[in-house]
Design a protein. Structure first.
Length: 139
């Protein structure tokens, strides 16, 4: 089985190895151990973000699809086509794509996918967040 995984956390490549923040890297390695190929759709770390990538991925079946550097949420929501269109065409070889949600790009994956099944990995507690939200700004 070939799976693709999108998460808006940054990734970097160093000395021929892929590196992620440890809290996500262990999870990614556990998925990679269960599939034939794991495609990571992730943003490239900027220089100041590289230090957060402290875990070297062990899976040899992991392929990074670079989405470019991570831009602000508003930019990704408006210019989603530029970020996703060409990249998702490459994902037609996959059986499924896991998309972390909520994220600015999550609503747009279905526009460019034909074959792969789209699974949303919902994180957070929206009810708890709504009850405890202290900021009443537009965001």
């Amino acid at each position: 089985m070939k799976i693709a995984f999108y998460y808006h956390v940054v990734i970097c490549e160093a000395d021929g190895s892929l590196k992620l923040p440890g809290y996500l890297g262990v999870f990614i390695d556990s998925i990679a151990a269960e599939v034939d190929e794991l495609y990571l759709l992730m943003h490239e770390a900027k220089k100041q973000e590289i230090e957060t990538c402290d875990y070297v991925l062990k899976g040899t079946n992991i392929i990074w699809i670079n989405l470019g550097t991570k831009t602000p949420a508003w930019h990704r929501a408006i210019f989603y086509r530029k970020i996703l269109k060409k990249v998702l065409a490459k994902m037609e070889v996959c059986d499924a794509i896991i998309v972390r949600s909520p994220t600015p790009l999550a609503p747009y994956f279905h526009k460019y996918l034909m074959k792969p099944v789209l699974w949303f990995m919902i994180v957070g507690d929206y009810v708890e967040g709504a009850i405890n939200r202290g900021n009443l700004s537009f965001r």
